[in-house]
Write a protein that binds this ligand. Structure first.
Ligand SMILES: [Zn+2]
Length: 248
């Protein structure tokens, strides 16, 4: 149960922070009706994610990815940002939020108005050829092709791969480097909707702690860093509705 003074103190922390950074995970997206991969009703129970998002398999047969992902990646343009995405957008626009690091690949932070979004698990915003630099296709272009039951292709004939990080691939090096730098710089990190179990995302708060930054965690499950956090909340929706009122 969250009481009003808690949100007041959180808002005070946010206002007083010199360098606020946020780390977000799947819990933020489920508020927008996007299904979690690992949760109780997670997609992993229904789909063979290991195969769909396997680089090795994709190189052999990309149709599995495109057939399956049609229903949970190429329809994300129909999803609306939640109160969390929108308030984070406001916090950035009002100068409080300096950078947002996300494990999500649903582009909803951008839709919620955030500009400095670091996508450490890649992004479906672009689709590229694993063999040549022939073409680069945007999310919208790819989604239109996928909706017709086809696959986006390169000039060389090869099926394009989304720039989402697949199993067997390294995380995008630039994004990762940027995420570490921002985490080190943060004097306050808001950790939202992630249980801090997937590395290297889970190591970002450690960089903040090491530089004497503070952590605030909002997650519906305990995380390994709860006892090192200044404040912990459970209900993302309630916390952000409260912040929204205070932000005006
Ligand atoms: Zn090509």
């Amino acid at each position: 149960m969250i009481t009003a003074p808690d949100i007041d103190s959180l808002f005070k922390l946010i206002k007083e922070a010199k360098y606020l950074v946020t780390l977000t995970g799947a819990g933020v997206s489920t508020l927008s009706g996007i299904r979690d991969f690992r949760g109780k009703n997670g997609l992993y129970n229904e789909i063979d994610a290991e195969k769909i998002f396997s680089l090795e398999y994709f190189e052999k047969d990309p149709s599995l990815y495109y057939n399956q992902a049609g229903s949970f990646i190429y329809n994300i343009n129909e999803k609306e940002p939640s109160i969390v995405h929108n308030v984070l957008g406001k916090l950035e626009q009002q100068g409080y939020l300096k950078a947002l690091i996300t494990q999500n690949i649903d582009l909803l932070h951008q839709k919620g108005g955030c500009k400095n979004v670091i996508e450490i698990h890649g992004s479906p915003t672009s689709h590229y050829c694993l063999r040549c630099a022939g073409v680069n296709v945007s999310f919208e272009e790819a989604a239109a092709i996928v909706r017709k039951g086809e696959m986006p292709k390169c000039k060389c004939g090869r099926v394009l791969k989304p720039a989402i990080t697949f199993f067997g691939e390294g995380l995008p090096a630039n994004a990762l480097k940027q995420a570490v730098t921002e985490s080190q710089q943060a004097d306050l990190m808001l950790i939202l909707g992630t249980s801090l179990t997937v590395f290297p995302a889970a190591s970002m708060p450690e960089h903040t702690l090491r530089n004497s930054g503070k952590l605030v965690i909002v997650n519906n499950q305990p995380t390994p860093l709860d006892r090192k956090a200044l404040m912990c909340f459970e209900d993302l929706g309630a916390v952000f509705e409260g912040l929204d009122k205070l932000l005006g």
